[in-house]
Write a protein that binds this ligand. Structure first.
Ligand SMILES: [Fe+2]
Ligand SMILES: [Fe+2]
Length: 377
């Protein structure tokens, strides 16, 4: 079959009168279509990439920097109407309110005696507690009390406020799907009419009802999209990790466990999965890549994650952003201590849309060559 004649005007080479005429004809045509809010597909061809080419970059916020800024924020900024939460902007995303293309991570501080005003929003939120015991997030009238290592959920559109009646500062990592909600133009936000929502359920009621691993209350018929269990306590997480500590786990993630919706077995939130993973002393995982982005928080230990050839050396409290389709592998650098990483991932969105792809690095025994070491800019 004869090859159809290309409709695309070829690149012009040489300064012949014919070429000059073609260039000016094309430029005039482009000007005219742009003025009418159109672009030719041939102008956009570079955006149909062979594989994902995210704008976000792999990045790490060091705890030493976060800690000093947190301290300063407590003195410099009152808690006021907005929460005192330091939003981690990915340097590759041009000032967008985003840590990855779909997720925002923040570090939030609540000083003794403070209350962060009750509100609700369509973005879904999780809190992973870094420091401080005994403060709470009240979710739809239930106070959920915090301790380090706890995971607390705030499902989409649930009323919530945060309170600290203890004598110590409380710090946690927030994880939300704000960039995704913004690109879907599905943002709704409301303040409650009072600083706090009146208590309508006992403290930690969801844990009492749904927090018993393999046992579910039979009389509860409602199955919300987000997990009805609002508190995933660190003592249960630690117990599971230590029970599986000797297991080989995943070649790419070590002993990686996903927090689950107790009724469906699915991810805790429709847009976000939460993971915790343990790397034994000296353990090095193999490199893989997949669609979906992630934000990691180092819970314990020291080690490094190699992302597209760049080595990120981490220790407790550091927060690391991994872009979609980036090669990554983890290493516990210690010869004596376990390393534990908590992460949020947008995998459920990719899976729901049939866009989750994963690929192992097959060359070089599955390990990347380290070409640079991350230094914050
Ligand atoms: Fe909120
Ligand atoms: Fe991964």
């Amino acid at each position: 079959m004869a090859k159809p004649e290309s409709k695309i005007i070829p690149a012009d080479q040489g300064e012949t009168p014919g070429n000059r005429q073609r260039v000016s004809l094309r430029e005039a045509f482009h000007e005219r279509i742009h003025a009418n809010h159109m672009h030719g597909l041939w102008e956009l061809a570079s955006q149909m990439t062979r594989h994902p080419r995210p704008k976000m970059i792999p990045y790490m916020w060091r705890w030493s920097v976060l800690e000093s800024i947190i301290k300063e924020s407590g003195e410099a900024v009152p808690v006021g109407d907005e929460r005192r939460a330091l939003q981690l902007f990915n340097p590759g995303l041009g000032g967008r309110w985003a840590t990855t293309n779909n997720l925002i991570a923040a570090v939030q501080v609540l000083l003794p005696g403070e209350v962060a005003r009750a509100h609700r929003h369509t973005p879904t939120a999780i809190r992973f507690i870094i420091e401080g015991t005994g403060a709470y997030t009240a979710v739809d009238g239930e106070r959920v009390y915090m301790a380090p290592g706890d995971l607390i959920l705030t499902p989409s559109w649930s009323w919530h406020d945060h309170g600290n009646e203890t004598g110590e500062t409380v710090v946690w990592m927030d994880g939300l799907d704000i960039p995704l909600i913004q690109s879907l133009e599905a943002m709704f936000f409301q303040f409650y009419t009072a600083p706090q929502v009146p208590a309508s359920r006992p403290p930690n009621a969801s844990k009492q009802l749904h927090g018993h691993a393999h046992l579910s209350p039979t009389w509860v018929k409602e199955k919300p999209q987000s997990s009805p269990l609002l508190l995933y306590s660190w003592d249960q997480t630690r117990e599971a990790l230590s029970a599986l500590r000797e297991n080989d786990g995943s070649p790419f993630d070590g002993v990686a466990l996903e927090y689950r919706h107790p009724q469906t077995g699915g991810p805790v939130m429709p847009t976000m999965a939460c993971w915790v993973q343990l790397l034994r002393p000296g353990q090095q995982t193999k490199a893989h890549r997949h669609t979906g982005s992630a934000v990691y928080n180092v819970v314990h230990g020291t080690g490094s994650t190699i992302i597209d050839g760049q080595r990120f050396n981490w220790s407790k409290g550091d927060i690391i952003a991994i872009p979609p389709w980036a090669l990554h592998e983890h290493l516990n650098a210690s010869s004596t201590e376990d390393a534990v990483l908590f992460s949020i991932q947008d995998t459920p969105v990719l899976e729901a849309l049939g866009l989750y792809y994963e690929k192992a690095l097959e060359e070089k025994d599955g390990h990347q060559e380290v070409t640079s070491v991350f230094a914050a800019t």
